[in-house]
Write a protein that binds this ligand. Sequence first.
Ligand code: SF4
Ligand code: SF4
Ligand code: FES
Length: 296
Amino acid sequence: MASEVTFRVQRFDPKTDREPRFKEYRVRNEPGMTVLDGLLQIKAETDPTLSFRRSCRSGICGSCAVRINGSSRPCCNAQINDNIVGGRLLVEPLANFDIIKDLVVNLDAFWGKIRQVHPWNESGEFRHTGKALMEVTADDLSEIRKTEGCIFCASCHSDCEALRSNRDFVGPAAIVRAYRFMHDPRDRLGNKRLDELKARTGIGVWLCAICGNCGESCPKLIPTNECIASFKNSWFSENKAPDGLKTTAENLEKMGRVYELDEFALRMREKLGLPPLTPNNAPKLEPILKKKGVAK
Ligand code: SF4
Ligand code: SF4
Ligand code: FES
């Protein structure tokens, strides 16, 4: 049975507005309607000036992501009835981006970060066998498939706490992309993707606070935390951790977060017997890591 719901939608027109503002619309809510259906109804019947992106309406193209009640996701994948709070539903543009108009954001920075990690196979020599005919094993495929489903919706980028504090951070989607190619046996660049990035920006993956938001917002259930932790772990084994830990500690403090909440940090503390990580403590970690043979 149809009912009514109020959509509170953030509006911003750079030609006339100095700041974003909110406008409320009554939406006819029929069973099965998605948040995108509601926006399409507003545009068709109430306010043709409302701008938003959409294409497939099937959760495939990734273009319709917005923040619904503060959490980012493709809005064609979100039922209205699952998202009503106190008779209303709040719709805002993705965060960590500049707004072009209303719910449309400028994704250049997102695509720029994806490009930075060389999202293609750098082939030329084969890492596994060196044979002319490349063997891709079932294990290789299962690693690739973990991340292959990314639809580049940028929801993870929008909900990323580290990006909120520093937009130079590479961001979860680019890390996921790097992971995908790093585990492809036809690729020879591997981990160097993020090494190069760290050399250029001085940040790399260490700014991540393991807040877990990226995993929660991903509509494709990609294990983003696992991808990030795998890069951190590999740097531990390559003795590049001490600098990274300092970056992590400084950023966690800037964000007002407690290192003890960081799952990766807890594992490392347990494994290596590290003291609590704070920016002041970070230099003290180096001798401990050296003693444990983790750093040179
Ligand atoms: S876990 Fe790291 S990359 Fe993911 S949203 Fe949090 S800070 Fe960003
Ligand atoms: S990792 Fe998930 S949330 Fe991030 S861009 Fe890809 S599909 Fe979207
Ligand atoms: S319109 Fe394509 S994912 Fe929503």
